[in-house]
Design a protein around this ligand. Structure first.
Ligand code: FAD
Length: 303
């Protein structure tokens, strides 16, 4: 562990914002992952920029996390600095039909504010358990809606320390991708453009989608949602099911019996269990159908 970096981090942030050897299982919805050398929770864009500058000076890698709901961290942890943009940067403001929110705001929280302001268009995102930052990076979507439909602009921090506001057209939003991911930008805040709606209708759509998630998805177990991307012309869950892998288990990790597109942490799984399971599922599906599944879940650290 780089002690010099530790001192620099403490000159930028308060003591309670800097943790050493922080178990990443506490910060991912999969509930797996070893310790991060440093785990920091900046409260402002300036603090984020300064932390990155310190990491660059000390030649120590860094990685941004939001709610860790699309993330598999190695059992060995992460040799570097995890910068969490979540509860410390989660302000949400409604202005007319626009919502201005910081990257750390949960989608569910933004959806609640949209409902209260009788704004429609964001119902699809209410049940996605991530932050606005994580959702912008991968153009998160569900039930026919995606971030692309509602984003007006995103303000990012570049690797050169510049703050830029990108209009929707510049974001190159595609299926689970964006220019933000391609260029390694950090999302600081975003503006959503919604429409005026009827509160009861908005609530009814949210309730319906919630019900569908609860019945179809294994929300009673830790997971990172859909484990694989949807291959062109197929559904990952259906391919996995047709390959006979429903309930297939490696260690504590399992292909959910309720929804084959989800790998769940059934019983104290390790990251290696999850990874081995994913590899075996991917190989078996390829063998059976000639389709190579690509992980949707981001992997971090050494496997
Ligand atoms: P994290 O998991 O913390 O990070 C994911 C990636 O985004 C990482 O590469 C990270 O570096 C990057 N990132 C995070 N924040 C920032 C930032 N501020 N700036 C730059 N990069 C950042 N996803 C869907 O799209 N649709 C669904 O319907 C859906 N359903 C889910 C259901 C369940 C039960 C679970 C557990 C997950 C589901 N997901 C779904 C996956 C996940 O919630 C989304 O992908 C979400 O957008 C990830 O946000 P996060 O804050 O948790 O990101």
């Amino acid at each position: 562990m780089n002690q010099e970096l530790g001192k620099k981090l403490l000159s930028i942030l308060k003591e309670e914002q800097v943790k050493k050897d922080e178990p990443m299982k506490s910060h991912t919805t999969f509930r797996v992952g070893g310790p991060a050398d440093y785990f920091v929770t900046p409260q402002t864009a300036e603090e984020v920029a300064k932390v990155i500058e310190a990491c660059t000076q000390e030649k120590v890698p860094y990685y941004i996390v939001g709610n860790g709901s699309n993330l598999l961290v190695s059992d060995k942890g992460y040799e570097g600095v995890i910068i969490q943009i979540y509860k410390q940067m989660n302000q949400v403001k409604v202005e007319g039909a626009q919502i201005h929110a910081q990257a750390g705001a949960l989608l569910s929280m933004i959806a609640k504010r949209a409902l209260d302001a009788e704004l429609t268009g964001f119902e699809f995102a209410a049940g996605i358990p991530g932050t606005l930052g994580g959702a912008c990076v991968m153009n998160a979507g569900a039930y026919g809606g995606e971030m692309k439909d509602v984003l007006k602009s995103v303000t990012v921090l570049t690797d050169k320390g510049e703050v830029k506001t990108l209009a929707k057209e510049e974001l190159e939003l595609g299926y689970r991708t964006s220019v933000i991911a391609k260029k390694g930008y950090i999302v600081l805040e975003a503006v959503l453009e919604l429409q005026k709606g009827e509160k009861e209708n908005i609530q009814a759509v949210m309730d319906d989608l919630k019900e569908r998630r609860v019945t179809k998805q294994p929300l009673e177990y830790p997971s990172a949602g859909s484990t694989f991307k949807r291959p062109e012309g197929y559904f990952a869950g259906k391919l996995i099911q047709d390959a006979g892998l429903r309930g297939f288990q490696v260690g504590g990790a399992q292909v959910s019996e309720k929804h084959c597109g989800f790998v769940i942490n059934k019983d104290q799984a390790t990251a290696s269990d999850v990874m081995n399971l994913m590899n075996q599922v991917s190989d078996k599906v390829y063998e059976e159908f000639g389709v190579r599944l690509q992980p949707e879940v981001k992997r971090l650290g050494e496997f």
